[in-house]
Ligand binder design. Structure first.
Ligand code: ATP
Ligand code: MG
Length: 273
């Protein structure tokens, strides 16, 4: 693994994204691994992440926001479970954004989002996000086109503000193939532990697969910015998705050259009776 994964998966601002040209089952960042052999590797990376997060928390000067978007069954929950839920609970906050309530719809679309933005020393993970207010609104035609169109600039400005106020932003698009989605939705129907996740309306969204893909291509190209980049993660293989994301986070924390803060007193002069 020579090239940094932050570089490898990052979408250049303004680029023309073509999801159909990116294989969902790509595993080129870890060609030597498979599901079985990756388990130990992930464990090691998550352990390193935990150590880095402890320093990040102690330093208390920056914040991290991870946005996760995907098609249904794209693996958002699995990513949270396998990568983020192993981190120190004090410093991590996970928010799932569902269909807006009436009260939320009565406000501007960032109202419900902003209050979950992270504070110093903390990592916030958005399972779906303000990007639904563009994607879902566009594809399902929930509001007139000009509403989602002008929201591009709103989210760009919002994220620039967060970045300038000390937030490091990583936006992850979990890219699965249409076949993989079929298999995962079908598995929800046959497995009692997954049936609760099946939502018949997801099939309506699946029927609009091409519209969603086009909307994501447009969105990712236009809203990937140096201070808030998108990463397209091949996500048909769950182990690969988890490993790539854990590495992205690790590289981000390592890039901060974190060190525990120096005490404002001389510990050798302290007596505890
Ligand atoms: P899973 O992938 O495990 O099914 P989920 O994130 O799809 O989890 P659900 O409760 O099944 O969770 O679905 C949430 C739904 O809410 C999605 O269809 C999503 O498009 C919709 N949604 C979220 N935010 C918005 C929004 N701002 N406007 C319109 N729809 C939204
Ligand atoms: Mg769902």
């Amino acid at each position: 693994m020579s090239k940094s994964l932050l570089e490898k998966f990052q979408v250049a601002p303004g680029s023309q994204v073509r999801l159909s040209e990116i294989a969902g089952n790509d595993q080129s960042a870890f060609p030597e691994l498979d599901k079985k052999s990756s388990a130990k590797v992930l464990e090691g990376v998550v352990e390193e992440l935990r150590a880095l997060q402890r320093i990040f928390y102690a330093v208390h000067s920056r914040k991290i926001l991870v946005v996760i978007q995907a098609m249904d069954a794209g693996g958002k929950d699995g990513t949270v479970r396998h990568v983020f839920s192993h981190m120190d609970a004090h410093g991590i906050h996970i928010t799932s954004f569902k269909k807006p309530t009436e009260e939320e719809l009565d406000h501007d679309f960032l109202w419900r989002i902003h209050k979950h933005a992270p504070k110093n020393g903390h990592i916030a993970v958005f399972n779906r996000s303000h990007y639904e207010d563009i994607i879902a609104v566009r594809v399902k035609k929930l509001f007139p086109d000009e509403v989602w169109q002008r929201r591009y600039q709103h989210v760009i400005d919002f994220e620039r503000m967060l970045a300038e106020e000390g937030t490091i932003i990583l936006k992850l698009f979990l890219h699965i193939s249409k076949d993989e989605q079929r298999d995962r939705l079908a598995a929800r129907l046959t497995r009692p532990d997954k049936l609760w996740k099946f939502e018949p309306d997801d099939l309506k969204d699946r029927a609009r697969w091409d519209d969603f893909q086009r909307a994501y291509e447009d969105l990712i190209g236009q809203t990937s910015k140096p201070h808030a980049p998108w990463f397209i993660i091949p996500a048909d293989r769950k182990w690969y998705r988890n490993l790539v994301i854990a590495h992205l986070l690790k590289e981000t924390l390592e890039g901060m050259n974190l060190e525990y803060p120096q005490p404002h007193f001389d510990p050798s002069k302290i007596r505890i009776d």
